[in-house]
Design a protein around this ligand. Sequence first.
Ligand SMILES: [Fe+2]
Length: 254
Amino acid sequence: MHHQFDTTTEHSQPIVPLDNDNSIDLKNKQIIDEEKDEASTAPMCKELKEFTQELEDCFKEGEGKVNPEHVKQIFRKYLDKIDLSDLEAYCLADTRATYTRNLIFKNPYFSLIVLAWNPQQHSSIHSHAGSQCWFRCMRGQVKECRWMIDPTHDQSLCPSEPTKEFIANVNSIGYIDDNNGVHCIVNTRDEISVTLHCYAPPYDSCACYSEETGEVYRGKVMFDSIGGVIDTSHPSKESVVSSTISKIEKFLIM
Ligand SMILES: [Fe+2]
């Protein structure tokens, strides 16, 4: 299997070389402002609030790394209580992008993010900056391709073939941290797929791996929408946003 990876990561669009603090913002997007971190502008349904609270309690109690299975259990508890319609406010898709990042909630312990994957698109290979990452497929199907390298030590290029693949259908739950290697997410469908991600703790950037150039680079975390509101903080985004970002229901029957 050969991947035609682009420079887009699951976590970011702006790409800068490692060890370079002077960021080159390739897509002219901005990192979430600190003052926007806590609030979710769109009102959460009761079940989503409870889910978020249970996650927060778990991460607070864990004081750092938690047993991945504990969080998976929380995800499983809400499989029947939360469906795509409960995330409707955050189901935005940018037709120009490979995928769209929609922040539901973020605090110092974790972030909750809806990712909308355009048909047959994928992220770049990336690490998770020492954080833990859980995801649940909400619509469609995605494939996780994993490479067993340690991003904290191994700065070399990933092998061309992934060492593991995981097909996530609706309600499949996945987990990764840097000890499990690095991965990319592929939308296998000819329609938009949607995944719900939890990152603990949130992070601003991660290592990404370019198959084409052999380079390891740093991708910055950014969001296309925050709390259900499209982030129009950059002028170029503002000028095109109305025609390129729409609710997924415009493209799909939810
Ligand atoms: Fe990831």
